[in-house]
Each structure stands twice: as C-alpha cells, then as structure tokens.
Design a protein around this ligand. Structure first.
Ligand SMILES: Nc1ncnc2c1ncn2[C@@H]1O[C@H](COP(=O)(O)OP(=O)(O)OP(=O)(O)O)[C@@H](O)[C@H]1O
Ligand SMILES: [Mg+2]
Length: 392
C-alpha cells in the first residue's frame, strides 16, 4: 500500500485521484517509520508539500539502505534546483509539483513499476542465480587480503563458476593492477546507476581476466572518489552481482568502512586473514568481536593464516589459542607470491604445483566450493546451482 505523509488532515482526499486508490494517511515522520517497520510490503511513501525538506530527506536516506525497493516521492509547492538536488541525493525518486495531479499519478506509476521490478527480481537487476558473497577481510593492512581474494577468485572462475571480484578497497585498491588489468570503469561509475542498477549496468564496468574468465570490478583510480560511493550503492551492486554470478568475492581495505559493513551484512562467508604477529592477531580478535556484535553467524566465517611458516616466534597454535577459534588454512610464506604479483599473474593458476597454490586451492575447495554444495568429483561440470559449468 501507499503511505501518504502529510501534515493536513484532508491530504488523502486532495491526492486521491493521483494515488489511484487508497493510501494510509499519516501525519508524522515517526509514524511513517513505524508503519514501514510493521509492514515491509509498503511500496511507496508520498511526502506532502508542507513536510519540511530535512525530515523528508532523512526518511528517504534511512529507508533506501533498509529497503532500496521502497519508492519515496516528494511533493513541493515550488520546485527549485536546491530542493531537487538535496532530495535526489537523499534517495527520493522524484520531486513533483503538489498541484499537478497528472504528474503525481505518472510519478506513482513509474515508482511502482520500479519497485515491482526490484521486488520481482529480489533487487537482482534481472538475474536469477543464487550466488554466494564471500568477503575477505582483516583489520590490519598488508596481511594478504588481496593475495587471498585474487587467487581464490581466479581459481573459482577457472573451474567454470561465474565469478566476479569486487575491489572494495576504494582508496587504495590494487586488484586490477595485480592482475594486470586495465579497467574501463570502476565502482565509482555505478553511482550514476543507483536505484536502477541491473546486470547490464554491472557488465558495463567489469573487466575480464582472460586467463581465468574472472570478472573484476575495480576500485576508482582516484582515491578521492571513495567517498563519492555511498554504501547503498555497494548493497545494490552485491545484490545484483549475486543474482548474476555463482561467486561474488569482495576484497576490502584494512578497516571497518561503511562499505565493508555493508558487505559483511550480505556475505555468506567472511574469510578473515591473519599473520603470525601480535598486532595482526589482536586486530583479528577485534574483527571477530565486531562480527559478533553485528550478529554475523560464526559458521559463516573462516580464519586463514597467511605466511604461516614464517619463523617469527609465534606459532599457528598460539594464534588459535588467542583467537579461541580454529584456523582453516595455513598458507606458506614464499617469495613466489610477491614475484607473481609483480608479473601480474595469479600464483594459483601460474604455479599450480607450488605449496602456496595448493594451500589456496584446498581453502577454495573446502571452505567455499564444498561448503556451498559443489560436488567436487564432478565439480567442473555441474554444481548445486544446477547450472552447466562451462568455461566461457
Ligand atoms: N604467502 C605470502 N608469502 C610471501 N609474501 C606474501 C604472501 N602473501 C602476501 N604476500 C605479500 O605481502 C604483501 C601484502 O599482501 P597483500 O597486498 O595481499 O595484503 P593486503 O592485506 O591486501 O594489504 P592492504 O591492506 O595494503 O590491502 C604483498 O607484497 C604480497 O605479495
Ligand atoms: Mg589489499
């Protein structure tokens, strides 16, 4: 149902024609928020011309993260550029003159059509897959997140699974450069498609890593663009991506940015990377506590120890004891890793028999492919996704 938020008692009648039927008429913002909480099936909120702009924008901003499929239309006595800019920035779909019944009716029709599309596809932008989102994270820099995420992603892609790797290290992302890619676009370009992102929109910014068949969505080339990417764009991207890929890998910066929190929220698995040093273990403990606080399930995370055989006084057992959690993979320390990055290749494909490639493959097979139901005996041909696997 449509909610009309209007300060005047007779508002419902004034817009009855334009709304094309019944609307729930509420006179205060908190009541609107409560009504939306109580009944998530509301598709549209129309905000009357006497509701002040800031309150209207606040509602739009809150709801577009909580439920991007909800439409918000703002009515104003006068339309000017400042109002338009502020409203659209906050996620209002359209701003319409309050006395133009036809324009309101048209805006309602467009908004409901968009909502139906988003709901019908589970905000999937046209896709039908049930892909898995896997976020690779560590709260400490330089521990091997990018190494792990690029290698896991290229390997999964090479098995024939449709795989995309999203670089959420928006300021200093180096996925593209470590795979020697020259991306035509980046996450930044998705901002303009916000609210109507679909598979085609995502395709317009991906770069194909030819040796594996992996699709990559690069971080913006200019670090200043990081703050121009609101987290709801990441939510929309990950939703569309998981409906169009089997695996969506996410590389992250070493901090809990709002983008990272959005990714955690949508992740089916979080791969936490540690190394054999006290600060890394301490930061991992903090990351685990944060995930607990966010209510993330413990089964949906796995801990990987990178450079696990480095002779530095701390042993893998010490790390497990400190974290009170098991380590699922030990990845050896070898100069072959930085050497592969410098050559722009993924070691898992380039030197498949090296101990580091074997450890990463074991991690991908056990913690990802088997966990998500792939039959590894016949894995290259068929998976639980019910899709024929063929390398594109
Ligand atoms: N197993 C390994 N053996 C040797 N060197 C490694 C290993 N894993 C990663 N490295 C090297 O450590 C450095 C940091 O790795 P990487 O870039 O993957 O870390 P990161 O966690 O993504 O860093 P940042 O936080 O800066 O994004 C790189 O030079 C990489 O080649
Ligand atoms: Mg990195």
């Amino acid at each position: 149902m449509t909610i009309l938020w209007d300060a005047t008692a007779g508002g419902g009648e004034a817009y009855h024609f334009a709304l094309g039927g019944d609307a729930l008429h509420l006179t205060s913002g908190p009541r609107v928020s409560r009504a939306l909480e109580d009944d998530p099936s509301h598709a549209l909120v129309i905000i009357g011309p006497d509701i002040d702009l800031d309150s209207a924008c606040n509602l739009a901003e809150e709801e577009r993260v909580a439920r991007p499929e909800l439409g918000v239309i703002l009515l104003r006595h006068r339309l000017d550029v400042t109002v338009l800019a502020q409203a659209l920035r906050s996620g209002v779909r359209e701003v319409v003159a309050a006395d133009d019944q036809n324009a309101i009716a048209e805006a309602v029709r467009r908004s409901n059509a968009l909502t139906a599309q988003l709901v019908g596809h589970g905000a999937a932008g046209g896709g039908t897959r049930d892909g898995k989102v896997i976020t690779v994270f560590s709260a400490k820099g330089g521990v091997g997140k990018t190494t792990v995420s690029t290698n896991l992603a290229t390997y999964l892609a090479s098995t024939g699974a449709r795989t995309v790797l999203v670089d959420l290290d928006l300021m200093f992302g180096d996925v593209a450069i470590s795979l020697q890619l020259q991306p035509p676009g980046s996450v930044r370009d998705l901002v303009a498609m916000s609210g109507h992102l679909d598979a085609q929109g995502v395709q317009s910014v991906v770069t194909r890593h030819e040796p594996s068949g992996l699709d990559v969505i690069a971080a913006p080339p200019d670090p200043a663009d990081a703050e121009r990417v609101p987290s709801h764009v990441i939510v929309e991207l990950l939703r569309v991506a998981r409906a169009n890929y089997d695996y969506v890998l996410v590389d992250t910066p070493p901090s809990f940015t709002e983008h990272v929190l959005a990714a955690f929220d949508l992740s089916d698995l979080t791969v936490l990377v540690a190394t054999l040093d006290i600060p890394a273990v301490k930061n991992l403990r903090i990351a685990i506590n944060t995930l607990d606080t966010l209510g993330a399930s413990r089964e949906a995370r796995t801990i990987v120890l990178n450079r696990a055989d480095a002779k530095v006084g701390l042993r893998p057992d010490d790390v497990e004891a400190a974290l009170k959690a098991p380590i699922s993979a030990n990845i050896p320390n070898t100069l072959a890793v930085p050497a592969s990055v410098n050559r722009g290749v993924a070691i898992i494909l380039d030197e498949p028999r090296s101990p580091v490639a074997m450890a990463l493959r074991e991690l991908a097979d056990t913690e990802i492919r088997r966990r998500f139901g792939e039959d590894l005996q016949n894995g290259a041909k068929r998976s639980t996704f019910g899709l024929l696997r063929s390398k594109r």
